[in-house]
Write a protein that binds this ligand. Sequence first.
Ligand code: GUN
Length: 281
Amino acid sequence: MTEILDGKKLRDKIFAGLKTKLDRMSEKPTLAVILAGNDPASQIYVRNKKKTAENLGINSIVIEYPADVTETELLAKISELNNDKKISAILVQLPLPKQIDKFRIIDAILPQKDVDGLTPYNLGKLFAGEQPYVYPCTPKGILLLLDEYGINPAEKHVVVIGRSNLVGKPVAQMLLQRNATVTMCHSHTTNLPDITKTADIVVSAVGKNIIGEKMLKSNCVVVDVGIYRDETGKVRGDVDFEGVSNIAAYISPVPGGVGPMTIASLMLNTVELFERNKQSL
Ligand code: GUN
């Protein structure tokens, strides 16, 4: 029987712990989110982040800009948030409008307030095997989910599909640090099924339905990071859930797997930055 990696259940457990902690704090963290443009998915994600933060007792502000915002305006806002002692954590929702150089914007965030762990300082620390201020949210959520089910990546062959800065690259580094043997695959990998068939754990972050049961070995673990709507409007992941359920030992569903863990990690990171910044900023 395939076991479900239940992200909602673990998220609720994490939130219960965070709520108790936040209820005891006299001063609360504040998460600032910058949303530029009118990407419908981003608008939903940002609304969820704000609502979730507020339900837990984390203050949250959302600063919205039209699609024709300039880099200068965004950089000025980030500088203001960096210098504002009341702001604990800053998140710039991606993707940004096409005229904006996302690297310039992310680079401007103070690493101590970089709640996504995406600045060169934090990613550099992670890639050097040192401790960043916080770990990127989705990779952190994936590792928390594996840990919750007693799945230890050490000595396992983990195949990561997708090489984004948000998910693929950082999760591969975090798995390396946990002594996994990691293979990175991406859109130019020519023999994907040959590689995935040797995987003990597959982490797929593509956004297309690409993983079927014939690509996997028995009793593997499948972590589905993809999320998109198919032509009928149904929310789907990268994995053919029904087929893969015949073969995998564990599988994370979409929705209800990695998605809730990303938001749980965002809340954990916000509180971690708040506590550290109180002592040092
Ligand atoms: N867009 C999609 N996922 C994310 C995320 O985790 N962080 C940011 N900043 N933007 C995103």
